[in-house]
Ligand binder design. Sequence first.
Ligand code: PLP
Length: 267
Amino acid sequence: MTATTGSSVPVALTIAGSDSGGGAGIQADLRTFAFHCVHGTSAITCVTAQNTLGVTRVDTLPPEAVIAQIEAVVADIGVQATKTGMLHNREIIAAVADRAEVLGLDNLVVDPVMVSRTGAQLIDNDAVMCLQSKLIPQAMLVTPNRYEAQILSGLPIHTLDDMRAAAQRIHKLGAQAVLVKGGGMPGSLRGVDIWFDGNRLETLTAAMVDTSNTHGTGCTLAAAIAANLALGKDLRSAVRLAKDYVSNALLYALSIGRGQGPVGHFF
Ligand code: PLP
């Protein structure tokens, strides 16, 4: 078949859950890719029924259906960067980790979605162990929030020093770099992330944005990092640019629904 028009474009893949409210998950990831002029492809792991008030139902796809989506995209279109989000159970995590290895998915950003920003655990202990032993070792970057970092490191986190210790411990799982996000921390620590790449241990700050409409922040950050990797940026620059993107998305957060609104992508 001959194309009469068309341009080449970087491609990113998100392996994550659908959020019917459009604030997090696949919907946030694809919007973030589009903002960066990166073509977004997706492998949906589960379908959540949710709005700004909460999640009312989760239907999980069979691991084979997740794998088929990844293989279809990679076999024909090809991807320059991949991000994983809500993988939900051990079977899907194991299947995704296996495909990532076989297909050689590099520039892999793992957002280890397992605890909501309010602290509720979303996946069982088996799934956590699978994430630690199979997927995180393949990651270029893993981006846990405070609660996820506690589970992955086995260390309690109350202070900046605790975040630093957790980042170093999580790095031992085999990811090239770790970004422990301060989102769930109290007060001014909310805007502070800790970066550790085995060499540099750094504190990354961002201006505080006063909004309660923060749904989708974690997804948006990881997707923006993947988008910048697809554009050819090095990892450290991709993280810096993605933090700026999230600061804007918070400034332009949406006041929709009766509960916690999502970050915005129209700016
Ligand atoms: N992915 C899905 C499908 C979700 O529903 C959620 C939260 O509800 C998340 C990811 C995590 O969202 P956040 O970016 O707010 O951490």
